[in-house]
Design a protein around this ligand. Structure first.
Ligand SMILES: Cc1cc2nc3c(=O)[nH]c(=O)nc-3n(C[C@H](O)[C@H](O)[C@H](O)COP(=O)(O)OP(=O)(O)OC[C@H]3O[C@@H](n4cnc5c(N)ncnc54)[C@H](O)[C@@H]3O)c2cc1C
Length: 317
């Protein structure tokens, strides 16, 4: 079992999927899908995070390329792990290739659970800002859905609980206004809600560190301590490092942390360029340092159900 020590990548890359649709549906440059397709096409199984039928975020598995669409896109909510660690272990014991994607702490938890290395396991984490509370998400999506239903369904009083089949899609990273000015989008059978991240109260609460889980403010898995094979991220400020990779449609930063991860990444068909790790990481502090708790976080948790918009309105992201 690897000790929880800092782990600097062997190589760092800027990378972009050449499939425009996939890139558009992905948060960054679409590298997750490229990796996952490779593993599935080799007969493997992929674990990642998706919405369940009531729009909560859960970990699940996919064995078909078509099902990867459910995992695509960041969901800024702590996912429920369910039985996925045990299922992954079962597949590994049967000799199958397994790719497991999660937050750095989820990947560290998987390593701990398995208790020994498996040659056929590929672990992928991402640079993590922290994960918001599922309770705040539950409240926000119910409130938004009810608002949309009241506007769309002609004046009757609606309180919509659990999204149900009224909601057809949720995207935290819609790119209609570009990758940098991403929007929160909730599509329903009625109207569509769309608001850029700096105007949406849920995203403001996330990005300004009101709604993260308490452990995120003292995260122990920074600096590569999850020992994942690959770390993926948004390559923020890519124009300062390699200008040709910035078209505002999404660029991934890929950190190959192990030889296994490096070898798989080098087999992908994508547009990529090796970059200096220190140049790239200076614009993404979440790789090395947890965000500080917002000084009004306790107040936020006591009052978000009555005053979420007002509490987050004075913050700057
Ligand atoms: C909570 C959270 C915080 C993040 N913070 C940062 C950050 O500070 N800086 C940064 O550069 N990047 C951050 N990212 C990563 C970034 O948003 C992209 O997910 C990443 O760059 C991969 O993008 P992609 O285009 O390759 O593929 P995408 O298709 O966008 O990748 C989605 C992958 O993320 C997994 N995933 C989605 N939501 C969750 C979740 N809630 N829990 C576990 N796994 C999930 C899916 O299973 C899938 O494997 C964060 C992601 C999440 C979910």
């Amino acid at each position: 079992m690897a000790k929880r020590e800092d782990c600097y990548p062997i190589k760092a890359y800027a990378a972009i999927s050449t499939e425009e649709d996939i890139r558009n549906q992905s948060s960054s440059g679409g590298v997750f899908t490229l990796l996952a397709e490779k593993v599935i096409n080799q007969g493997g199984v992929v674990f990642g995070a998706r919405f369940d039928e009531s729009w909560q975020v859960v970990h699940a598995k996919a064995e078909k390329v078509e099902d990867l669409s459910f995992f695509r896109g960041s969901k800024y909510v702590q996912s429920k792990m369910g039985n996925c660690y045990a299922e992954a272990q079962e597949h590994l014991k049967q000799g199958r290739n397994v790719m497991f994607v999660g937050t750095p702490c989820q990947i560290a938890g998987l390593h701990q659970f398995l208790g020994k290395p498996y040659e056929k396991l590929l672990t992928v984490d991402f640079i993590c800002h922290g994960v918001p509370s599922p309770a705040v998400w539950r409240w926000y999506i119910d409130r938004k859905t009810s608002e949309i239903a009241r506007k769309s369904l002609k004046g009757r009083f609606y309180y919509w609980k659990d999204g149900g089949d009224f909601v057809s899609d949720v995207e935290f990273r819609d790119k209609t206004y570009g990758w940098k000015q991403f929007s929160m989008v909730i599509r329903t059978k009625g109207k569509t809600y769309s608001e850029r991240h700096f105007n949406d109260p849920y995203m403001k609460a996330f990005l300004n560190n009101y709604s993260l889980r308490p452990s995120c403010y003292s995260c122990k898995m920074k600096c590569g301590r999850s020992h994942s094979d690959i770390t993926i991220a948004d390559f923020w400020n890519v124009h300062r490092v390699t200008e040709q990779f910035d078209d505002d449609k999404g660029t991934s930063l890929v950190l190959a942390n192990s030889l296994k991860g490096l070898s798989l990444f080098q087999q992908l068909h994508c547009r990529s360029k090796e970059v200096d790790f220190n140049d790239a990481i200076q614009y993404n502090r979440a790789w090395s340092i947890p965000y500080d708790k917002n000084e009004n976080r306790d107040y936020f948790f006591q009052h978000y159900k009555e005053q979420m918009d007002a509490i987050v309105s004075s913050t700057n992201q």
